[in-house]
Design a protein around this ligand. Structure first.
Ligand SMILES: Cc1cc2nc3c(=O)[nH]c(=O)nc-3n(C[C@H](O)[C@H](O)[C@H](O)COP(=O)(O)OP(=O)(O)OC[C@H]3O[C@@H](n4cnc5c(N)ncnc54)[C@H](O)[C@@H]3O)c2cc1C
Length: 317
């Protein structure tokens, strides 16, 4: 029977809950490897986290017997390789986060395994991903004994929590070898907004904002939404790159996506066109974003965004 190993970065897990992207991996693994889901977590976990993983389908949780996180991706990859060998996995699933992709690349070398990134569906030994900014959908088979796959968030509906429990086991980590070490870390200040990749509502801004994300943030806060951006906005330094939506940014699939001052380039659409409802605000009636919008508003965003935020606040009051 096929065995799936799910590798999770411990920083994405907390007693409050297991993130949606992580639950999606557990759901895919449970469907593929009926009844036996092995999870490798990059650091020891407390009882609440282990219990949470159990409720979402993990049967075994492997944790490293020594700290592997001080060596960037090298330590986690060495541990993930040991976990793959221990579990006999023929598929290792990781999230599409930057750190996880780096672990996936190193893991591919360690296991002599084929690596597929940005996957949106797993069916047997076939992995689906879109290429060339969403122009083509490709189905990929890996010829090596083990496949290493990173999944885009919002690819499957995560299963609801059950009453399962996971057994936690420590695993010795082999020699990590030469690697860069982490000297100091700083927690990113919390914005109080939902995580972009998991958000139900996203308000994004582009070059049309002319550097001022204030109106986008105000509308996002009135809706309890995450803030996103086009690459033109992140490249201009108006907002951090982690907010970028699109081919080289994050993929979002919210119930509502509001695009303000974004033209709708194919590379931007690649990251948001699966949103259930798309609202576009643009002063150019011929902007390509209107081709995929459910509701298009032709006008000046500096007038429309504050009006929308005010009206939403008024109705909520
Ligand atoms: C390999 C590659 C990868 C890329 N990856 C990404 C990616 O991941 N994400 C991404 O977004 N882009 C990506 N791009 C860039 C992409 O091609 C576009 O250049 C970018 O998306 C444009 O951003 P924009 O829509 O904000 O800017 P523009 O295309 O300049 O559009 C600005 C829009 O704002 C409107 N506007 C201006 N003023 C107002 C106003 N006052 N009120 C209302 N509307 C107004 C204009 O009519 C215009 O439609 C990539 C490009 C390449 C080559």
């Amino acid at each position: 029977m096929s065995t799936t190993l799910v590798y999770l970065d411990a920083r994405s897990l907390s007693a409050e809950g297991i993130g949606k992207a992580e639950r999606e991996l557990l759901t895919i693994a449970a469907a593929r490897s009926a009844g036996s889901v092995v999870v490798a977590v990059s650091s020891p976990v407390d009882d609440d986290v282990a219990a949470g993983l159990g409720r979402f389908g993990a049967t075994t949780v492997l944790v490293p017997s020594s700290d592997v996180t001080a060596s960037l991706a090298a330590g986690p990859a060495a541990f993930a390789a040991a976990a793959a060998a221990e579990s006999g996995a023929d598929l290792v699933l990781l999230t599409n986060a930057g750190d996880s992709k780096e672990v996936a690349a190193r893991l591919g070398i360690k296991l002599s395994a084929g690596v597929v990134t940005d996957v949106v569906a797993v069916a047997g030994d076939e992995y689906t991903k879109s290429v060339l900014a969403g122009t083509y959908t490709t189905r990929i088979r890996v010829k090596t004994a083990t496949a290493v796959v990173t999944m885009k968030a919002n690819s499957v509906e995560p299963a609801a929590a059950g009453d399962g429990a996971a057994e936690v086991r420590r695993l010795d980590v082999p020699e990590i070898g030469p690697s860069a070490t982490v000297e100091r870390t700083e927690a990113k200040p919390a914005s109080g907004r939902p995580e972009l990749a998991d958000a139900r509502v996203v308000v994004s801004g582009g070059r049309g904002l002319e550097g001022d994300f204030g109106p986008v943030e105000a509308l996002a806060d009135s809706l309890g939404a995450a803030v996103g951006a086009s690459r033109a906005a992140t490249d201009a330094g108006w907002i951090e790159h982690s907010y970028q939506v699109g081919q080289t940014g994050k993929t979002v699939s919210p119930q509502l996506y509001i695009a303000a001052g974004i033209s709708g380039a194919v590379q931007h659409k690649a990251g948001m066109q699966t949103a259930q409802t798309i609202v576009a605000i643009n002063s150019d009636p011929d902007a390509p974003i209107f081709e995929i919008a459910d509701l298009g508003i032709v006008g000046d965003l500096t007038e429309i965004l504050p009006q929308a935020a005010e009206e939403i606040k008024r109705r909520k009051a």
